[in-house]
Structures are given as structure tokens and as C-alpha cells.
Design a protein around this ligand. Structure first.
Ligand code: GYE
Length: 260
């Protein structure tokens, strides 16, 4: 996809790792956040009899049939970045982000920062059905449940995009005036939400009224964190292609590969 700066960095990482000079031919499809288009792309790869398929799944669910097709064709599938809910026996391995842990990390940071103070929380989630959104939501909620003084007022998807973050925030600003925490499940959503708050005259960051938590800590996100506009940014590293390359080398060497 191309929904976020994180994704752009992730894509460039694949394109600069799996180069001809390094001995690869990379076929790359941008599924544009579309689960059906992504499955179609995988089927095309199977038809082309590629040697390996790497999927960064838009959605967590619905992968069983196409993974079976790849398996029947004898093509190893590496699930990268986001998880799938399918039986791990249907693919070679998963390599990527522990987003539930990231959500928990955000929650634990907030607990420490607030130190018992009340929190009225708005959440802008990532794409519906994406493991990165599900994990961050579950992880954060796990900590929120331990805090009676926290209320999650609303939780809606901004699709991991800046435009989505802005749109959800604009609608939140019409409905809520008493929130003091905003959780954005990636940096781009946070930028959009900040634009919406700027336009509405709502202040945020270390000197403002609203505590902002974001995820990714891309260069721009980290810059905004260091200058105090974002209070907490949970790192998620997009540089995963070397890990995928390592798995492929192990497959070639006939080594045992753990499922996760
Ligand atoms: O946080 C977000 C992206 O799957 C971990 O997807 C990834 C997430 C990342 O669009 O910015």
C-alpha cells in the first residue's frame, strides 16, 4: 500500500534489498489497502510460478484459501509486517510487528504520565480488520481496563491515513469537548488530527490540553515528539526486508524455520 510514511519506508526497504545486484527479481504490487486486490495479486504470483511470496496483509482474516493455493503450488509464503488469522501451517513463517505489545506500551506510558489522574480518551484506529489496528487497540485496552479513572469516549478508524485522521478528528471535535487524551494508531493519522485541532483552536502536546499518543515514530513523527507536539510515540520499525532475506536464505539452506 501507500497509506502512510511507515509504509513508504517499508516499501523502499524491500525495493533496495531485493535488487538485481543482490540476485533477486522483485515483482511488486501495491494493493492500495484493498484485501481483494491483494489476494488477486497473490494468485497472479502463484500463476507466474514465482519462488517466494511475501505478503504484508491488508486484512488479518480471509487468507485460508489463497494460502492453500500457494501451498499446493509449492511456493513458500512469508507473512510480513502484519499477521493473518489463518493456521500457521498454511505459511512458512511470520516476521513483523508485535502491535499488541505496542498498544500496551502506550497504555503503560499513559498510566505513568497521568499518575492516577482522570483520562477521557479518543482513539483514531488504523484500518478496519488490519492486525496492526486490532493489536494496538487490544493492547491499549488491556491497560485501560486496569484504570477505572480512564474512559474511552470513542474509537473510530482513520484508515492509517492523514486524511482519515483529520476527518475522524473533525467529527470528534463536533461531538466531544471534554477529552484530554488522543490516541492515533499511526503518525499520519496524528498529523491529520493535529491539523483538525489547529483549525478548531484546540491545543495539544506537552504544553497543550490534549495528550497525543502516536505509533510508528517515523522521522517526522519523532521530530514532532521531540519538539513536544506529540507526547508519546511508540516505535515501530519498518525495516523488515533484511529479516525476510534471512528467512529466504534459511529456506534455501534447508534450515528449520520457526513459525513465528
Ligand atoms: O504502523 C502504519 C501502516 O502495519 C505496522 O501500517 C504497520 C502499520 C503502520 O500503515 O503506519
Amino acid at each position: 500500500g501507500h497509506e502512510s510514511d511507515w509504509r513508504a519506508a517499508n516499501t523502499i526497504d524491500y525495493q533496495t534489498t531485493f535488487t538485481e545486484e543482490n540476485g533477486y527479481e522483485l515483482l511488486f504490487v501495491d494493493a492500495d489497502n484493498d484485501h481483494t486486490a491483494q489476494m488477486e495479486a497473490v494468485r497472479n504470483f502463484i500463476q507466474q510460478e514465482v519462488d517466494y511470496i511475501v505478503i504484508c496483509p491488508v486484512q488479518e482474516a480471509g487468507w485460508e484459501v489463497v494460502l492453500e493455493e500457494a501451498q499446493d503450488a509449492g511456493i513458500p509464503v512469508i507473512i510480513a509486517d502484519r499477521t493473518v488469522s489463518a493456521d500457521p501451517a498454511l505459511y512458512t513463517t511470520f516476521l513483523g510487528t508485535d502491535t499488541a505489545l505496542e498498544g500496551e506500551t502506550a497504555g503503560l506510558w499513559l498510566a505513568e504520565y497521568l499518575d492516577g489522574a482522570e483520562a477521557n480518551i479518543l482513539v483514531i484506529e488504523g484500518s478496519v480488520g488490519a492486525s496492526a489496528a486490532i493489536g494496538r487497540t487490544n493492547g491499549f485496552n488491556k491497560i485501560a481496563e486496569q484504570h477505572e479513572e480512564w474512559t474511552i469516549l470513542d474509537s473510530q478508524s482513520g484508515d492509517f491515513t492523514q486524511a482519515g485522521g483529520q476527518q475522524v478528528m473533525e467529527s470528534y471535535l463536533k461531538s466531544y469537548s471534554d477529552f484530554n487524551v488522543l490516541v492515533c494508531q499511526n503518525d499520519n493519522e496524528a498529523y491529520g488530527a493535529m491539523d483538525a485541532m489547529d483549525a478548531a483552536g484546540v491545543t495539544y502536546g506537552v504544553d497543550g490540553d490534549v495528550i497525543i499518543i502516536s505509533f510508528d515514530a517515523t522521522k517526522e513523527g519523532l521530530t514532532r515528539t521531540l519538539d513536544g507536539r506529540i507526547n508519546c510515540n511508540v516505535e515501530c520499525n519498518p525495516l523488515q526486508a533484511a529479516g525476510v532475506e534471512d528467512i529466504i536464505a534459511k529456506i534455501i539452506a534447508g534450515e528449520e524455520i520457526p513459525a513465528v
